[in-house]
Design a protein around this ligand. Structure first.
Ligand code: FE2
Length: 293
């Protein structure tokens, strides 16, 4: 058995390493921990060696993402377990990049490259004082051809399906956060957005001013979503990857199958459910930009 408990990092292809590095270093406030093979740059927003990786490329967009797990099994036994039980073929990688000595690489049913790893080198990023400085990398949203199939696949890996928007947008968690991954049915492949958790609403609003000072306009929000109830707003990084900053998201008590009660929940208890699109996107009535859907 394995217990996946965290979205550890997202790796981006970057056409303009300088512009992307400046965004993640100066605007987000992350610490450049190391350069890796091929000129990749590793950035940390926590005690992890890296949470964002930039790899030089002719393209932009997501390249891979990493999920950290805990297990009594050795990594080769985990590979065997995944293959025997779920037919997932993985490739063991050893000492090929900084920060993670060993990981299992596989491609999920929608063609996204996933790295499963038991350990990442801890680092002391020195916690900067300038930048957005979020608490953590919170979730990753991916466009997929078939969200239902993708949800079933990640259920096999121990993820819980917390909510749906109609039948096209499935939310999943591997810990107490409302969602860690979500899947958005689309004709296009690619990341929809990544999201960083802010400390609170004051922190979020303060950093919206900071974004404007760094010539970044908001695309949508802030407003409160339905599924997850997070107060969210969106902007783009230096290559158009959509970045959500959020706070106040639902906490899922998976042992009870409910979300911690909040004053704004209409349901008591609030349980995983299917939302309509209109009721879900903004509980504050903020119009949703077409660019986001
Ligand atoms: Fe999100």
């Amino acid at each position: 058995m394995i217990d996946i408990f965290k979205l550890g990092f997202v790796e981006f292809d970057a056409k303009d390493m300088r512009a992307m590095s400046t965004y993640y270093s100066d605007t987000m406030g992350f610490t450049l921990t190391e350069y890796g093979p091929g000129g990749s740059a590793y950035f940390s927003s926590s005690t992890d060696h890296h949470n964002i990786v930039l790899t030089p490329s002719n393209e932009s967009g997501i390249r891979s993402f990493g999920l950290q797990y805990k297990s009594d099994l050795g990594i080769e036994e985990v590979a065997e377990y995944l293959n025997l039980n779920f037919g997932i073929t993985t490739e063991l990688k050893t000492d090929v990049k900084p920060g993670i000595y060993q990981y299992l690489q596989f491609t999920d049913p929608e063609g996204y490259e996933v790295h499963l790893y038991p350990e990442m080198t801890m680092t002391n990023p020195g916690f900067k004082t300038k930048g957005i400085l979020p608490n953590k990398l919170g979730h990753l949203s991916l466009r997929v051809k078939d969200a239902k199939k993708q949800v079933e696949f990640y259920k096999q890996l121990g993820f819980h399906n917390t909510d749906w928007i109609e039948s096209f947008f499935g939310f999943m968690t591997c810990n107490y956060d409302h969602h860690v991954l979500n899947f958005f049915t689309s004709e296009h492949k690619g990341m929809h957005h990544i999201a960083f958790e802010m400390r609170n609403y004051s922190h979020l609003v303060e950093k919206l001013d900071f974004l404007r000072l760094n010539n970044k306009n908001l695309i949508w929000g802030p407003s409160r979503h339905g599924a997850g109830h997070n107060i969210a707003c969106y902007h783009e990084d230096a290559e158009g990857n959509l970045i959500e900053l959020f706070t106040d998201a639902d906490i899922y008590i998976k042992e009870l199958g409910i979300f911690e009660p909040r004053p704004w929940h209409k349901d008591f208890p609030q349980k995983p459910k299917v939302w309509s699109t209109d009721e879900c996107l903004s509980l504050w009535g903020v119009d949703f930009e077409k660019a986001l859907v």
